[in-house]
Design a protein. Structure first.
Length: 309
């Protein structure tokens, strides 16, 4: 009767990994229960999620190795796996809100989130041009919301301009505004095949020790036109979720309960050391309590099932 925080399937966004090929379902070893699927299988998966009361999915592309090159141009191909998956969901008549990850790391042969120069420095402004093309290709396929995840400076403003000048004014932007350089992304890099082949992402993702830069990054993205803000990872950063929520009242805030957080719970539960359902519902509730309106989580389907029972 006096509970302050609610948690329902409508608060959860389910991530989906989309591969090339057809009739493919590839289980991901470090993320038990999660598989990559080909675009022709995505409608079935989407339907199951919708029946559980989930209202939104976020799509990540996992292209075949031979489609990758240093420019990452497969990321904006109109016939890429993500573009085909968006079209499949939308033409099926599904009411799901389709969000897409906008980044180059799964598409570049070196695994970095943008264009590199000869000395392996990430070229921020050259990368913006590619991000504009990716966002427009997703919007043309029918995406409702695009989500730039590479921490490239100016991405939100550049994408807003590209969408507006190509007739996609109504497509929204979910900014991965506050993304830390985190060890919690380990399993995702196996899932999406996007690990950097040399170096790391500490020049553009945030230092886990810092809060001030998080607040400035969130403000910049709001000023550039973000419709949603995200903090990532979630559990180890709930103080940041809370601070961003308080600094930007009224801007929908998303917490990303990332792959490493998922893998730890699954491993401990498989060993019989923790109560999976208890841990998951408690963790998701704490993210909501900290100020997240929405949560991207690999537990989405299980949690929705538990919340319905
Ligand atoms: C980059 C991206 C990453 C994640 C989402 N988008 C990986 C990274 O920055 O290395 C991680 C998500 C997770 O761990 O669940 N496109």
């Amino acid at each position: 009767m006096v509970r302050e925080t609610s948690l329902s399937p409508a608060h959860l966004i389910a991530p989906l990994f989309i591969t090339d090929g057809t009739q493919a379902t590839q289980p991901i070893q470090s993320m038990p229960g999660i598989s990559r699927v080909s675009a022709d299988r995505v409608v079935e998966v989407a339907q199951d999620l919708a029946e559980l009361g989930i209202q939104s999915v976020i799509l990540f592309g996992v292209p075949d190795q031979d489609r990758k090159d240093p420019s990452g141009k497969e990321s904006y191909s109109p016939n890429g796996a993500v573009q085909r998956a968006i079209r499949a969901i939308k033409t099926s008549g599904s009411q799901l809100v389709v969000i897409t990850d906008v980044c180059m790391c799964e598409y570049t042969s070196h695994g970095h989130c943008g264009i590199l120069d000869d000395n392996h420095f990430l070229q921020n402004d050259e990368t913006l041009e590619a991000l504009r093309r990716i966002a427009v290709s997703h919007a043309e396929a029918g995406a409702d919301i695009v989500a730039p995840s590479g921490m490239i400076d100016g991405a939100v403003g550049a994408i807003r301009d590209a969408l507006d000048t190509s007739g996609h004014q109504s497509v929204g932007i979910l900014a991965y505004a506050v993304k830390y350089a985190s060890a919690f992304y380990g399993p995702f890099r196996e899932a999406a095949g996007g690990a950097p082949s040399f170096g790391d992402r500490r020049t553009h993702q945030l230092d886990p020790a810092n809060r001030g830069i998080a607040m400035r990054e969130a403000q910049l993205d709001v000023d550039e036109g973000a419709d949603f803000l995200m903090v990532k990872p979630a559990l180890a950063y709930l103080d940041i979720v809370s601070a961003v929520h308080e600094a930007h009242p009224g801007v929908p805030l998303v917490a990303y309960n990332v792959s490493g957080e998922y893998a730890m719970v699954k491993a401990a539960a498989a060993a019989g050391w923790v109560d999976e359902q208890g841990i998951v519902i408690e963790s998701l509730t704490s993210m909501r309590r900290a100020g997240a309106d929405l949560i991207i989580t690999y537990h989405a389907a299980d949690a929705a099932r538990w919340l319905k029972d």
